[in-house]
Design a binder for this molecule. Structure first.
Ligand code: AMP
Ligand code: MG
Length: 334
């Protein structure tokens, strides 16, 4: 079969990224331009600034990607783009850019859900084997999905309140760590111990998660200690929070491993970059003789290569979008 090259565009939040992916698994070229330093000045992503910066930089990101690949837009077979979920203004920049490329170069357009992109990050270089349990853990989502084949999703459970990444970011803020909170909590936790008593997750027989109780208890603890004039041991608090947050995930994953007897596990989304979490999930998979696939760190956070990987099965099915395609801020996998 002829090789398929997909040029993919990702602008759902604060990374402007374009990739060229061969046959859904091989990254020919990838460029990621992050706006993190700009947004760090404001303590979080400012949507208006994010979309303006995407507009300013996207053409340069395309040029750089084509140069790295030694290719022209004429050489690719399709244009893929993230159309949901994310910041609407940011998504629109990528969607309109991809539509123009598709129209001018007469290439089919493929629309990709960002969360499905995070799952398909596991197809890059690795082989994702079905059936598989996928834990999607990001700034906006915490979902446990069963996949029986390409684009065959069954949601087993999801968060009832906050997403795990959101809890990391809010706890980071309350203990005075800069944005983005997740990686900074992880760094601090390495020097701490699990000494603070935080409410342990309640075990029920659903696959749903909850993070708002844990987040609130950390906020209350910090406020109470400050009122009493006590020092907070930030390293220990970061470690205690991270330990409890990860336990919430592993408990539900363990339940699914027991009940479904599925032997393949993947993790996806920004929080999957957390090394402590990776270690705990690896231990659990070893216990159940299950194979854990971990995406490389560069493919865990937002990037266009995962969008190219997720677009490939749609290309094979000729599942193309038309120029009416619009961006959508909210959406789930299934
Ligand atoms: P995403 O929503 O997939 O773009 O991922 C962003 C989220 O992942 C944010 O909430 C980050 O704080 C979180 N995150 C990124 N790296 C880490 C890490 N090493 N540990 C915990 N959370 C992380
Ligand atoms: Mg993301």
């Amino acid at each position: 079969m002829k090789d398929v090259y997909i040029l993919s565009v990702e602008t759902s939040c604060d990374e402007t990224s374009i990739a060229i992916v061969k046959n859904g698994t091989e990254v020919v070229a990838l460029t990621i331009l992050t706006q993190m330093d700009t947004h760090a000045n404001f303590g979080g992503v400012v949507p208006e600034i994010a979309s303006r910066m995407h507009t300013e930089n996207i053409t340069m990101v395309l040029e750089e990607t084509l140069n790295k690949a030694h290719m022209k837009v004429e050489d690719v077979d399709a244009i893929a783009v993230t159309y949901c979920p994310g910041l609407l203004g940011s998504l629109l920049v990528g969607v309109e850019f991809a539509k123009v490329l598709s129209y001018v170069y007469k290439k089919p357009l493929i629309k990709v859900n960002h969360l499905i992109g995070h799952i398909y990050a596991n197809k890059i270089d690795n082989k994702m084997e079905f059936p598989v349990l996928a834990l999607v853990i990001s700034g906006g989502h915490t979902e446990l999905i069963k996949m029986t084949g390409d684009y065959e999703f069954e949601k087993l459970g999801e968060t009832e309140d906050d997403a795990i990444g959101e809890a990391f970011d809010k706890v980071a803020r309350v203990i005075g760590l800069p944005y983005p909170g997740g990686p900074n909590i992880e760094k601090l936790a390495r020097d701490g111990h699990d000494t603070y008593k935080l409410p342990k997750p309640v075990m029920d027989d659903t696959y749903n998660f909850s993070y708002s109780g844990l987040k609130s208890s950390v906020i209350n603890l910090v406020n109470n200690e400050r009122q009493r004039g006590n020092e907070i041991r930030k390293e220990d608090l970061a470690c205690s929070f991270q330990t409890t947050a990860v336990e919430e995930l592993t408990r539900k994953l363990e339940l699914a491993l027991k009940n479904t007897d599925i032997k393949n596990v993947i993790i996806a989304g920004g929080v999957s970059a957390n090394k402590y979490l990776r270690g705990q999930i690896q231990e659990l998979c070893d216990k159940y003789d299950a194979k854990l696939n971990l995406p490389e760190f560069i493919y865990c956070t937002d990037n266009a290569a995962m969008i190219g990987a997720a677009a490939y099965p749609l290309y094979l099915k000729r599942d193309f979008a038309d120029l009416e395609l619009n961006a959508k801020s909210t959406s789930s996998i299934c």
